[in-house]
Design a protein around this ligand. Structure first.
Ligand SMILES: NC(=O)c1ccc[n+]([C@@H]2O[C@H](COP(=O)([O-])OP(=O)(O)OC[C@H]3O[C@@H](n4cnc5c(N)ncnc54)[C@H](O)[C@@H]3O)[C@@H](O)[C@H]2O)c1
Ligand SMILES: O=C(O)C(=O)C[C@]1(C(=O)O)C=C[C@@H](O)C=C1
Length: 354
């Protein structure tokens, strides 16, 4: 356990209501900062699990400095209202994926809307991680009358958990997340839905491209029904636009005259616009693929070889087909050193390709 930091860094105690993926991740991160964390959930087993992971204590709290409401969007308003009444000196914040309905209903100066732009396709405390918010945006959504000290506290907590604070109003937030989170989720679900009709032999060919596109489609159904329903206006408007583009793309594909390139070019231009971690423009990265035997110690040997070549790994993934004795490791590095790494690994006897 990390030694306790003085209260000045992040004041406590903090009460987390909702010990699922996000609540437990907040709690674990705060515990790592030495903050006293209390846990509460409609499901006692989730409190027990979160506490057993080191996220805090199930003991009741008398005077929390901050209450973090990490329950599904539909339960946020009622839960936050109850917390504001139960703890009259506490700042209350939430983490829900939609802010309009929440911030309109909660006008208390001690309430500050929040939304960490980090998550997973898995739910519950077992999926939680103290590092989940590292380098991710955290939208902070105050209203006109919100107490300035309350805003400062929530921003301090988000920053201490490694996030980059983006202060914005609720309408701008909901418009933005419709584009960068909610519609991409639905597109992923549509693509994954096509697979329900697929032949098993066809699915056996699935590589990393498909997995990249469909990962988020595996998320909790109830949570996403709630999210999409709470942001239906913004999501619907983007889907209308997307439907026109899909029609256009469909015609281009049927014409087979090369005009599909316009859509591919627009896609590449969109990818280039997404900032990397901490809001900087994405670094120019390149991949080196290495074929490895599926035997103990192979990966650590590969990492050692990459280290010997003096190259820093920016990201990596392993594509491994069940039943095969080899896997392919994609090593993502700065574009400027990719050729050097390729040569260095080949010289050391690795089956590397670009
Ligand atoms: N999953 C993500 O990727 C993600 C990312 C950012 C924000 N969020 C937001 O975080 C919130 C929680 O999502 P999650 O993914 O952690 O879900 P989760 O299902 O993992 O956790 C939700 C927890 O809330 C508890 N709960 C439900 N109703 C409650 C109530 N009325 N009182 C107390 N506890 C209650 C559940 O038992 C569960 O432990 C949601 O508002 C969601 O929009 C989710
Ligand atoms: O990475 C994922 O699994 C997510 O879906 C995370 C994600 C996102 O769209 O980026 C999903 C919903 C949340 O409101 C915030 C983050």
């Amino acid at each position: 356990m990390t030694a306790a930091l003085p209260d000045a860094v992040v004041p406590g105690p903090v009460l987390v209501i909702g010990c699922g993926l996000i609540g437990t991740s907040v709690a674990l991160g705060l515990r790592d900062l030495g903050v006293q964390v209390h846990l509460r959930d409609a499901r006692p087993s989730n409190v027990e699990l979160a506490a057993s992971l080191g996220a805090g204590t199930a003991d009741p709290v008398e005077v929390p400095a901050l209450v973090v409401v990490a329950v599904p969007p539909a339960a946020v308003v009622e839960t936050a209202r109850a917390a504001l009444a139960e703890f009259p000196s506490a700042v209350v914040t939430d983490v829900a994926s939609v802010k309009g309905s929440v911030c309109e209903a909660l006008t208390d100066p001690r309430f500050v809307g929040g939304h960490p732009m980090a998550g997973k396709e898995r739910s519950g405390p077992m999926a939680a991680s103290a590092l989940l918010f590292e380098g991710r945006a955290w939208a902070v959504v105050p209203a006109d009358g919100t107490d300035l000290g309350a805003i400062a506290l929530v921003e301090q907590v988000a920053t201490a958990l490694g996030s980059v604070v983006r202060r914005m109003d609720a309408a701008s937030h909901d418009r933005a997340v419709a584009l960068v989170s909610h519609v991409p989720h639905l597109v992923s679900a549509l693509t994954a839905g096509l697979l329900t009709q697929a032949d098993g032999d066809d699915l056996a060919l699935a590589g990393q491209g498909l997995r990249d596109v469909i990962r988020i489609a595996g998320s909790d159904r109830g949570l996403w029904v709630d999210i999409i329903g709470s942001n239906a206006g913004q999501v619907g408007a983007i889907l209308d636009d997307l439907a026109v583009r899909l029609d256009d793309l469909r015609s281009a594909v049927h014409r087979a005259d090369g005009s599909v390139a316009e859509h591919l070019d627009r896609g590449r231009a969109g990818v280039a616009r997404v900032p990397g971690k901490h809001g900087e423009q994405p670094a120019a990265l390149a991949s080196v693929f290495v074929s490895i035997d599926d035997t103990p110690g192979e990966l650590s040997r590969l990492f050692a070889a990459i280290g010997d070549a003096g190259v820093n790994i920016e990201d990596m993934r392993i594509d491994h087909e069940l039943g095969r004795l080899v896997g392919v490791v994609e090593v993502v590095v700065q574009a400027g050193v990719a050729e050097h790494l390729h040569t260095a690994l080949t010289e050391r006897g690795w089956a590397a390709f670009r």
